[in-house]
Design a protein. Structure first.
Length: 107
């Protein structure tokens, strides 16, 4: 009985940490299409609030996950920039989430 209680406590403590989200970065602008933030001369059109997650198929570390989630947002929402992007990662998973405001350069 003692071992069962100890095992249950151990399992509960491990699952409590599994879904914890960790803040990676807050920024002013993010884009994979443009190397610089928009200039004051650029006419930007607010498109929508964005919220997206990118997960790697196989775990190989965390490098490049933020780039990939930004590219995925730009393709899915047809935007050029994310204003005030907030990046988070769920611990123990090869996934990064981003949320922010999507903007397109008016042409």
């Amino acid at each position: 009985m003692k071992n069962l209680i100890l095992m249950m406590f151990l399992m509960l403590s491990l699952t409590a940490c599994a879904g914890r989200s960790v803040k990676i970065l807050d920024a002013n602008w993010a884009s994979m299409k443009h190397s610089m933030p928009p200039s004051p001369k650029d006419k930007l059109v607010a498109v929508t609030n964005v919220n997206m997650e990118y997960c790697m198929e196989a775990w190989s570390g965390s490098f490049g996950l933020m780039d990939e989630v930004v590219k995925k947002v730009e393709l899915n929402y047809n935007i050029d920039y994310i204003k005030y992007p907030s990046f988070t990662q769920t611990q123990g998973r090869p996934c990064v989430q981003v949320s922010g405001e999507g903007y397109r350069v008016a042409r």
